[in-house]
Design a protein around this ligand. Sequence first.
Ligand code: TRP
Length: 339
Amino acid sequence: MDPVSAEKPTILTGDRTTGPLHLGHYVGSLKSRVRLQETHRQFLLLADAQALTDNAHDTERVRRNVLEVALDYLAVGIDPEKTTICVQSGLPALAELTMLYLNFVTVARLERNPTIKDEIRARGFGRDIPAGFLCYPVSQAADITAFKATVVPVGEDQAPLIEQTNEIVRRINSQIGRNVLVEAEALIARVGRLPGIDGKAKMSKSQGNAILLSAKPEAIREAVHRMYTDPTHLRASDPGTVEGNVVFTYLDAFDENDADVAELKTRYRRGGLGDMAVKRRLEAILQGLLAPIRERRAVYACKPEYVFDVLRKGTKKARAITQSTLIELRSGLGLFRLD
Ligand code: TRP
């Protein structure tokens, strides 16, 4: 390890490879990862093994999206010289750590995890939850601790996972009698979650309310056109409501000219400003933001060999790091080393 990077705090974060990334990911995490790679030793995990915990029926989807998400990373400016991009299933130490950690967690604790509880409800799993899905917080704890990450940028909904990770860390360190593993701190995004274009709380490709980072100009135009506004604002001359109006929420997130946005809100509230005018402004901003991302993505998509090379190198580097944590842990727990 070079002396400079040794001083930088380590970040581990990642994405399940279940679909290409969208504007919600950009606002919530990608933008800050591009910044954090300058100040931190950053690892990005393409979590294909975790994606299988609720997509075992569609392995092709999980496989295909490893490349799609990698393209999204490169397109937004993740620089493989600064950030290590690695593939979870290519890191067998993570699977072994998960097995070991499972002995330090109870099923009751897993079922109490608020993230898991919400997801079980949202997906209607009930008791038929795949065991791998119930245990994914443990696998995520393995991801974080294997890299000895101290900073984990996550959305608010994932914060309980970091808490559970630190519980496992403390249990194992106390069992071993030495601080082999390090606790991590959740870095919660300050910006709120971007709603879907239909006004629903979460942007999601499967809900059909997302704008993909790879969206073509026509798709962007159509999405803005379909955006949920104020259903009672029928004529431009009517007074309108800004709160919960997706077009304004997006202007708050993407328009850098705060004074202009404030003035538009005043005019909209007063009456005399039509939806189309506001939408035209938002569309221009989104077209401007996404055009260079889409173009860079297309360039990398034509060079899959380069992208796989990035993944191969990143995974190789990550394999050495995660393997070394595993060796420390095995020896701490008193397992024989026979090689
Ligand atoms: N759970 C994350 C997601 O749903 C992906 C992920 C896997 C992750 N391992 C992680 C995030 C470790 C942060 C830290 O996209």
